[in-house]
Design a protein around this ligand. Structure first.
Ligand code: COA
Length: 345
């Protein structure tokens, strides 16, 4: 760590006389299934138009996993790329955290299925469920284990096969979502500050804005639950929109405040890729410049827990983010949940 780097910002942990290790992302990777579903394709499925979808959301197309391709397969492909980029072997991984709302099955965890597929024989593995906020929640959990010296190497993956829970007859929701996965390997890198802070928040009072009623203990699968379409996601679009803008702004401001930096210090803002209008509204409220933003939702739609993980990988691979740059990630999702993280790349 150079002296110049040290004075760039306040490390929020310093205020607690922090004795642990810092936690950095040493490699990222992503995987998108090859099948593309365009707005034009959706025009043939429901009463919608490319013009409506583009102007209301910014989405032009999304990816769909094959019938025999599951969340653990998407996660495995992203994880293998992140491991290669980090220069680690499967045996080095101490912990696997998969953030998803579309696990292969209720149990065992998708993390255990990924562990088997990549051969991470030493790792503990579990899933977390924080909907679209899951990747940042996962980074924060990983950070706690690394800072405390419990583990050296943690694999965090956001992966979704949302096409399996989207009601393809509901134009209000089916145009928004897609499949994909993004992964990060977290380790201590003494030369970098790494993950400076991660803000997390939740409001269960608003759990009915975005949810899937069927498939859990409250409403197990029955012929009736299937015929009444309980196994598809449901959403109050307008209220979700309003809450997303407010929560993302608040979380981002809290993260910046903790680091005592202004938004102008951020090289790249990576917001949850749900809706271009949400992203623009948050950006405006934060006083950010459009060139600070990384946006890929026109290609993939909303991939929930995978969204910011895929975007981070693409921002890095495209050269928009260089080592030493500051990144601000901002998320929002069902629960409600939200979060923001400041990372020195
Ligand atoms: C869903 C969303 C795009 C709808 O945009 P909106 O501007 O709020 O649109 P409205 O809800 O006012 O709907 C306007 C009309 O378009 C119609 N409409 C909805 N989906 C449509 C579609 N795909 N094609 C054409 N018309 C559509 C509605 O039925 C409504 O018609 P009505 O006025 O006759 O009832 C927007 O609310 C949104 O993005 N919300 C947040 C969703 C989100 O991010 N969820 C994930 C959070 S992690």
């Amino acid at each position: 760590m150079s002296p110049a780097t040290k004075t760039k910002f306040k490390n929020p942990r310093a205020r607690y006389n922090f004795q642990g290790r810092t936690c950095s992302i040493s490699g990222v990777g992503s995987y998108l299934p090859s099948k593309v579903l365009t707005n034009g394709d959706l025009e043939k499925m429901v009463d919608t138009s490319d013009e409506w979808i583009t102007s209301r959301t910014g989405i032009k197309e999304r990816r769909l996993a094959a019938q025999d391709e599951f969340t653990s397969d998407l996660a495995t492909q992203a994880a293998l790329k992140a491991m290669t980029n980090a220069g680690i072997t499967a045996e080095q991984i101490d912990l696997i955290i998969i953030a998803t709302i579309t696990p292969d099955m209720p149990f065992p965890s998708t993390a255990c299925l990924v562990q088997r597929k990549i051969g991470a024989v030493r790792a503990a593995a579990f899933d977390i469920e924080a909907a679209c906020s899951g990747f940042i929640f996962g980074l924060e959990i990983a950070q706690q284990f690394i800072m405390s010296r419990t583990y050296d190497t943690v694999l965090v993956v956001g992966a979704e096969k949302l096409s399996s829970i989207v009601d393809w007859t509901d134009r209000n929701t089916c145009v928004l979502f897609g499949d994909g996965a993004g992964a990060a390997v977290l380790q201590n890198r003494p030369e970098a500050h790494g993950l400076l802070t991660a803000v997390m928040g939740s409001d269960g009072q608003k759990s009915d804005l975005l949810f899937m009623p069927g498939g859990g203990s409250r409403c197990p699968a029955t012929a009736e639950s299937v015929s009444s379409r309980m196994h598809y996601l449901r959403m109050e679009g307008k209220e979700t929109f309003k809450n997303a803008v407010q929560a993302m702004q608040t979380a981002a401001e809290e993260a910046l405040h903790r680091c005592e930096i202004d938004i102008s210090r951020i090289k790249c803002i990576i917001p949850h890729q749900a809706n271009r209008r949400i992203i623009d509204a948050v950006c405006e409220r934060l006083g950010a410049k459009p060139e600070q933003l990384f946006v890929n939702l026109h290609k993939y739609g909303n991939t929930s827990a995978a969204s910011v993980a895929i975007a981070l990988d693409e921002a890095v691979q495209s050269g928009q983010v260089q080592r030493g740059d500051l990144i601000l990630m901002i998320v929002f999702g069902a629960g409600l949940t939200w979060g923001a993280a400041v990372i020195e790349w």
